[in-house]
Design a binder for this molecule. Structure first.
Ligand code: ATP
Ligand code: FE2
Length: 329
């Protein structure tokens, strides 16, 4: 089955094509604001201008023609309303023109399913850490349950805001990672874990207050060490609570090597297996939407075009996930 996936919930517009067990192409274009954070209308204009070139590149790379696609999947939410509507409109048009079914996909589901596919994890505890989200997710019965999450901003958002404060454009995470490698002094920052929930806005404020008083290298180092330790703690708690044995890291922040090594180290010392999503597919991409859409379709889920209204606050726990056979906690 050949599936076209279209993603465009926030900064990136992307088209990917998946053929049964293989990602055959993926192409993206990212909107970088001139100053400040993402402006939803500007991002939507970027997506509208770039969706056709991105789809064209994905088709060229795949060697397929649009008429050979069997299903079109698109990210239905959560995300920025104007951006979501651009992608939904393109997906509906493609579905009508080629007479093929259409399926709206939950964006976090895309992140975790591409991670499971590429890594081979079967029934993991998932740490999904991105710009807007920080969630601990586990499959139970017929859906993914959110066991814990950020009570305010996503960790990626903290990194992007801090980077912006020192003049680094989006995405800030990779540059913060580079600076952190040169830091060695652990600054005092709030450590905010409540059960399996986390909080990052107080850490952002405290880190911002160090700007100009401590080196940027030490600030980045301290932010990474503090927030990643929090994530390892909640991950361990979730593993203990559910009795699962596998860990999967997904989402843009999962590209970070320090986080990858801290999680791998914890897994090794406690007898768990850590699966790390291929860095290329951690950030938003169309292939992840194609993959999740294919699983939904193969499990019998169908949507009429009238059911494909975008949903800015769509949560992963609202989706039926019958394709995993999970162990009951
Ligand atoms: P969401 O999935 O919550 O809707 P998003 O789609 O904006 O958020 P992704 O594309 O999954 O997010 O991830 C983007 C985030 O990943 C940005 O905040 C970016 O700074 C962060 N990121 C990318 N590379 C790294 C890295 N090496 N270290 C830390 N963070 C990183
Ligand atoms: Fe994302």
């Amino acid at each position: 089955m050949k599936v076209l996936g279209l993603e465009g919930t926030a900064h990136t517009i992307s088209a990917g094509i998946v053929d049964d067990n293989r990602i055959i192409s993926n192409f993206s274009s990212t909107y970088i604001p001139k100053n400040g954070g993402i402006h939803p209308r500007e991002a939507a204009i970027h997506h509208a201008d770039n969706i056709l070139p991105v789809m064209k590149k994905a088709f060229e790379e795949s060697g397929l023609s649009p008429g050979q696609i069997n299903l079109v999947a698109f990210s239905m939410g959560p995300g920025l309303g104007p951006c979501l509507r651009v992608v939904a409109t393109a997906a509906r048009a493609f579905s009508i023109k080629y007479g093929i079914p259409l399926i709206g996909v939950n964006h976090p589901l895309g992140h975790v399913e591409i991670g499971r596919k590429l890594s081979g994890a079967k029934d993991p505890i998932m740490l999904y850490i991105s710009g807007g989200n920080t969630q601990i997710i586990a499959h139970e019965e017929n859906s993914y349950k959110v066991l814990g999450e950020t009570m305010d901003i996503g960790l990626g958002n903290l990194l992007d805001k801090l980077a912006r404060d020192v003049g680094i454009p989006f995405p800030g995470g990779p540059k913060i990672e580079e600076f952190a490698l040169k830091g060695d002094k652990l600054l005092d920052l709030p450590y905010s874990v409540k059960g399996m929930d986390t909080s990052f806005s107080g850490i952002y404020t405290a880190a911002r207050n160090y700007i100009g008083r401590e080196s940027i290298e030490n600030i980045c180092y301290s932010v990474q060490e503090t927030t990643f330790s929090m994530l390892v703690e909640v991950l361990e708690r979730a593993l203990y609570y559910t009795d699962k044995r596998e860990i999967l890291l997904a989402g843009g922040v999962a590209r970070n090597d320090r986080l990858r090594s801290m999680v791998s180290h914890m897994a090794k010392s406690s007898g768990y297996v850590a699966y790390l999503t291929d860095k290329k597919y951690c950030m938003d991409n169309g292939a992840m939407i194609a993959q999740a859409g294919m699983l939904m379709y193969l499990s019998g889920q169908r949507q009429h075009i009238m059911d494909t209204k975008v949903n800015q606050s769509f949560r992963i726990d609202e989706v039926k996930v019958p394709w995993i056979n999970s162990k009951k906690p």
